[in-house]
Design a protein around this ligand. Structure first.
Ligand code: LRY
Length: 222
């Protein structure tokens, strides 16, 4: 089973809403481009995309399956969702590690224990706060990621949550993965300076609609 190497750039190959890149063929091409550019791993959503990416790369794949209400726990919310992406070829599972109630009513530790014992893969907990990170570590998470910071409470900021990377790294005896709104080389340097084990980048690499809109937005009014 492949593992996530320290110092990796993980490219999250997920199409944004309304993207013409939706679908496994496009995501496999995206993953190949990421690998050619030096990515150390791929993060991908759903069994179809994971299987298509598995067919074209030997990089580690962090599998997720987004299911249910995006306002609640929806990143790999159940053991069954995790099992589906592992069967498709994922090497690790990322799942919601926030303190919010889970759809199956079970504690996070229950899902993590089943993934460990029945699927035999590592678990990365996507958290939003220091408290959630500590709870996820106590629940058995192998890695903790800042993925959900800025998405569970107030308005989503523009910048990545470098401070949460720093605080998690200081408190946890687990690798901390920086994820969410990382867009520039300076952002990448900042999260590694803060102690990150690896960094995940999505939209800044894989969303041409967002990239186009940012540049269009910079055109002065005339
Ligand atoms: C909040 C949420 O649902 N995050 C998702 C998690 O899988 C993805 O939509 C993000 O693209 C990913 O986390 C990478 O982040 P960014 O695209 O900002 O680099």
């Amino acid at each position: 089973m492949r593992t996530l190497a320290p110092g990796s750039l993980v490219v999250s190959c997920q199409p944004g809403p309304g993207s013409p890149f939706r679908g496994p063929v496009a995501m496999a091409l995206m993953a190949q481009a990421a690998e050619a550019g030096g990515a150390g791993a791929i993060r991908a959503n759903g069994p179809e995309d994971v299987a298509a990416i598995r067919a074209v790369t030997d990089l580690p794949i962090i599998g997720i399956h987004k299911l249910g209400d995006p306002a609640g726990v929806f990143i790999t919310p159940t053991y069954e969702a995790a099992a589906g992406v592992v069967a498709a070829g994922a090497d690790l599972i990322a799942l919601d590690g926030t303190l919010r109630p889970r759809p199956d009513g079970q504690p996070l530790a229950h899902q993590i224990a089943r993934v460990h014992t029945e699927l035999g893969v590592q678990v990365m907990a996507d958290v939003d706060t220091l408290e959630a990170g500590q709870a996820a570590r106590d629940a058995g998470a192998d890695l903790v990621a800042t993925t959900l910071s800025g998405y569970t409470k107030s308005r989503t900021p523009i910048e990545p949550d470098v401070e949460l990377v720093r605080r998690l790294t200081a408190k946890l005896d687990r690798p901390v993965v920086a994820e969410g709104r990382i867009r520039t080389p300076d952002d990448v340097r900042a999260v590694f300076d803060a102690g990150a084990y690896a960094v995940v980048v999505g939209h800044a690499i894989t969303d041409p609609m967002d990239l186009t809109a940012r540049l269009v937005g910079a055109i002065p009014a005339r």
